[in-house]
Design a protein around this ligand. Structure first.
Ligand code: AMP
Length: 416
């Protein structure tokens, strides 16, 4: 199978799906360029070989319409500076054939936001799923998606997908386009390769004990991954807002804490399953509660299963911090997805910081630690720990689906 490292791009035009969906402020300035920096190793390798680049990405959710505030034109200068090459811009991604044909070795063309075209996502627009004509519209859209992908493919000799963050989507630029290149001329990029290796380390190359820390707000969004991890981990720490669904399911009092009442049985099933599998399920014992969902709320420390009315659990308490740290520090493999509390408020960030401290310490002692999912990344960045864990994934949904054991369409389209 072709790969970026060994491929000689000299004289070739490479169309690269990157994830340049960077956050912008109201003035259109980039507030975090991690994603641009993440793509540089692949892009620089291609240029250094004497290839030329056609870069394609989405930005935000324009839903098939032209939205100037989501134009990739806003990041041309930043990409030029990062690559040290003056980047050209194609204001219509589906009408860039001439600009692509004119590219000389070492030159770079950035295409406008792919999602200005509904064909990119391939979902019919302006028609409800319940409409009897929906199925027909869906079929027609799939056909125009193929045409759109074929147009993109026609710009280049080689296709590279380096956008891990969208690899779980079967979009024109992430999967369908690959059908128009033979196996020797399509490959995953260096960033994607790194991400897949990190997932592989977690799934197949496990040094034990393996501790997974699942936080965030809801159990419902994490159930797939929790069930999959149950087959693999020694310790499963469940924290964040989902704690209170478990506490209520066990008959606890949770005050105003976040809770999914339709998931109480599911919580009990997870506990049963953990017992049957011999997995050490670690739940919070005490909570730091607020009398309001705000940084300025009054706080109260109390048992996680005995929270008075008018208070909601917004962070783990000191006993829980110690309990979690024990399961983290003994680990040799760690996966962390989702904060332990409402870390965005400093008042309730203490527990997540304690978790981060323990992950960093375990990493120093030789553990492999993978942190992923948007909020956990923001969390390690907040504490300045990004370079003290083994790997910080750029993928949110894609990472979770890969760890759930699902095949990512963006990877399957290339690797078969
Ligand atoms: P998720 O997207 O499911 O990973 O959830 C991340 C969000 O969960 C973050 O924005 C946290 O503020 C939030 N969160 C964590 N703990 C709690 C809690 N105890 N109550 C409410 N929200 C929480």
């Amino acid at each position: 199978m072709a790969n970026v490292k060994d491929f000689n791009f000299a004289g070739k035009k490479a169309i690269v799906r990157v994830d340049f969906n960077v956050p912008l402020n109201e003035q259109g300035q980039i507030t975090d360029d991690t994603r641009i920096r993440g793509a540089l190793p692949t892009l620089k390798k291609i240029l250094a070989d004497g290839g030329s680049l056609i870069l394609m990405s989405h930005m935000g959710k324009p839903k098939g319409k032209v939205k100037p505030e989501l134009s990739l034109g806003q990041i041309v200068d930043a990409v030029s500076a990062a690559l040290d090459v003056k980047v050209q811009f194609a204001p219509d991604c589906a009408k860039a054939a001439d600009a692509a044909a004119a590219l000389k070795p070492g030159e770079v063309l950035l295409l406008e936001n792919l999602r200005y075209y509904p064909e990119e996502e391939g979902k019919p627009v302006g028609i409800d799923k319940a409409d009897p004509a929906f199925e027909e519209a869906k079929k027609a859209m799939k056909e125009s998606q193929k045409e759109f992908a074929k147009t993109l493919a026609s710009y280049a000799d080689v296709y590279v997908n380096d956008a891990f963050g969208t690899a779980h989507r079967k979009h024109a630029s992430t999967a369908v386009v690959a059908e128009y290149f033979d196996a020797d001329n399509k490959m995953v990029g260096l960033l994607m390769e790194k991400e897949l290796t990190a997932v592989d380390n977690i799934l197949t190359n496990i040094n034990r004990p393996f501790t997974a820390i699942m936080g965030g707000s809801k159990v419902s969004t994490k159930i797939g991954i929790i069930e999959n991890l149950m087959e693999k981990v020694d310790n499963l720490i469940l924290c964040g807002g989902m704690t209170y669904t478990f506490m209520k399911a066990m008959g606890g009092k949770i005050g105003n804490s976040i809770c999914e009442d339709d998931k109480l049985q599911l919580a009990l099933d997870i506990m049963e399953k953990a017992k049957a599998k011999g997995v050490n399920l670690v739940l919070g014992e005490d909570s730091i509660c607020g009398d309001d969902f705000s940084n300025d709320a009054n706080t109260l420390e109390c048992p996680a299963n005995d929270i008075p009315d008018g208070w909601e659990g917004l962070d783990i308490g000191p006993k829980t911090q110690v309990k979690f740290a024990e399961a983290i520090k003994e680990a040799k493999t760690i996966l962390w997805n989702g904060p332990a509390g409402v870390f965005e408020f400093d008042t309730f960030a203490v527990g997540s910081k304690a978790v981060a401290d323990a992950v960093v310490e375990a990493t120093k002692n030789g553990a492999f630690s993978l942190v992923g999912g948007g909020d956990s990344v923001a969390c390690v960045n907040k504490f300045g720990y990004a370079d003290q864990v083994s790997y910080v994934s750029t993928g949110g949904g894609a990472l979770l689906e890969a760890i759930e054991g699902k095949v990512l369409p963006g990877v399957a389209a290339i690797k078969g």
